[in-house]
Design a protein around this ligand. Structure first.
Ligand code: BV8
Ligand code: ZN
Length: 252
């Protein structure tokens, strides 16, 4: 049965890579990119907002969107999927967590220094001098209203415009993060891909690189994805249910 096959692969692994996308945070209440954006954001498509052009054209709209997302993340909690990934660290000799997500739920679940390929909601920086900028305090308990425009703050050092610390479409990924991810993918013996549509490059190259390097690939996703053909074992279902069952089956 697929879960036992996956558990066996995990139990024997020396170096495991966990590669996650928005789907692992879905059960914490964080909308994925595939979900139609909710409320006032529904008239936008994430891919059109997550670009330097959008920030250029309407910095208040884009900054307001990231502030809304950051304050939403601050109000939710890691789910059993994030917690199971953190528990893996106690069982496998070497674990590398690589995420495309910009939330901090892996960290809050106890995963040490996950590799953030697409940056973080919690690392705003000056668009001019790149100095880190402080996080705004929470607007209200319920966070900013959806769709609310908020003027991006100014850099205390140079007066430049502060931007979200994420990688937008058309922007390069952080060199060091991509290198660390590629190295881990080429060295690991099992790559567990969770909650990603496997559509956005170069991040989507990571599971493919692991497969090409001889690793077994375990996929956890309720839907079929372009990664299905490279998965040694496919576990169709939600991460918060499958991952705890997988970790318990591997180290019952
Ligand atoms: C770059 C941060 C070049 C921002 C993100 C044509 C072909 C190939 C490439 C391109 C192309 N045209 C353009 C490109 C490049 C582009 C790209 O790949 N586009 C795609 C759309 C084709 N890539 C880029 O622009 C990258 N940069 O290429 O630079 C360059 C070269 C030289 C010089 C300069 C530049 C940068 C891409 C990074 C963009 N930033 N995020 C932010 O968050 O706002 S991407 C964002 O979307 C995510 O981070 C993620 O990477 C991506 C996809 O999201 P997923 O995480 O996969 O989530 P998604 O919503 O898609 O799916 C959710 C999944 O979860 C689903 O499968 C669902 O079934 C599953 N799920 C749901 N519930 C659950 C679940 N799974 C488990 N449990 C559940 N409960
Ligand atoms: Zn500055």
């Amino acid at each position: 049965m697929a879960l036992n096959d996956a558990a066996k692969l995990l139990g024997q692994a020396r170096h495991v890579v966990v590669f996650t996308g928005a789907g692992i945070s879905a059960e914490s209440g964080v909308p994925t990119f595939r979900d139609a954006l909710t409320g006032l954001w529904s008239r936008f498509d994430a891919q059109s907002l997550a670009t330097p052009q959008a920030f250029q054209e309407d910095p208040e709209l884009v900054w307001g969107w990231y502030e809304w997302r950051r304050q939403l993340v601050q109000r939710v909690r890691p789910n059993h999927g994030h917690l199971a990934v953190a528990r893996l660290g106690a069982h496998v000799p070497q674990l590398t967590v690589i995420t495309q997500n910009v939330d901090d739920l892996h960290e809050r679940a106890g995963s040490e220094s996950p590799v953030h390929l697409h940056g973080s909601l919690f690392a705003p920086r000056c668009a001019t001098c790149s100095r880190p900028a402080p996080l705004g305090e929470r607007e209200t308990e319920t966070g900013t209203d959806e769709g609310r425009r908020i003027p991006p703050p100014r850099c205390a050092h140079c007066g430049g415009q502060v931007r979200p610390g994420v990688v937008w479409f058309g922007e390069q990924l952080p060199e060091s993060a991509l290198e660390a991810a590629a190295r881990a993918a080429s060295e690991c013996d099992v790559l567990l891909t969770v909650g990603t549509s496997g559509l956005v490059y170069p991040a989507a190259e990571i599971p493919r690189l692991a497969a090409r390097s001889g690793a077994s690939v375990i996929q956890v996703n309720p839907q079929p994805t372009p990664l299905d053909p490279i998965a040694t074992v496919n576990l169709p279902g939600p991460a918060a249910e499958i991952l705890p069952a997988l970790v318990s089956a591997a180290w019952a």
